[in-house]
Write a protein that binds this ligand. Structure first.
Ligand SMILES: [Fe+2]
Length: 180
């Protein structure tokens, strides 16, 4: 599947959101492929990683995110699950799982219930090596329609994860161990 063509089914290819998604997707794909090459023993599927990295944020157009030129009705935190629903419907179950499990370092059912998040009552945490790699790589790049995107440092990412709890920091650190 060509991810750019797939995105263009949902986005005007001249729109701000499309430009942000393609730029962000390429950065995440490069980072993810580099991480994947460091764990050859785990046999990550490079084609799946590249496609998933390009499509993991496809759900943002359904969210209310004016900064990205998106005026949907859902809160931003739902973009993973919304993307998952789009991809599941197209019979791309592995891609759908990357979408719904990439937000933050993954969101547990306990987090969802404790904070009453508008998400399904199940764990949304990366499981397969491809899901873990795309989620990991995504943390290095914020989507930003205005300024030149730059890669965050590991220390910055860890700092920003602290407020979500030590388990989140720990999960990210375990990925650093695996992929750096
Ligand atoms: Fe995302």
């Amino acid at each position: 599947m060509n991810p750019i063509d797939f995105l263009a089914q949902y986005y005007d290819s001249r729109s701000k959101a499309f430009k942000i998604l393609v730029e962000h997707g390429k950065l995440v794909a490069n980072k993810a492929l580099a991480a994947a090459r460091r764990v050859p023993g785990l046999k990550p599927d490079l084609e799946l990683i590249e496609t998933a990295a390009m499509l993991h944020d496809i759900g943002i157009f359904l969210t209310n995110s004016p900064g990205f030129g998106c005026y949907g009705k859902h809160p931003y935190i739902c973009h993973g699950i919304l993307g998952s629903e789009l991809l599941k419907g197209k019979e791309h179950p592995e891609l759908a799982l990357v979408c719904e499990r990439h937000v933050g370092v993954g969101i547990s059912i306990e987090d969802i219930q404790r904070h009453n998040l508008p998400l399904p009552n199940r764990d949304l945490i990366p499981v397969s090596i491809e899901e873990q790699i795309v989620c990991y790589a995504d943390k290095f790049f914020s989507k930003n329609g205005n300024s030149q995107p730059s890669e965050k440092t590991i220390a910055d990412i860890i700092d920003s994860l602290r407020r979500y709890g030590p388990d989140k920091v720990q999960r990210f650190k375990s990925w650093v161990q695996m992929f750096e």
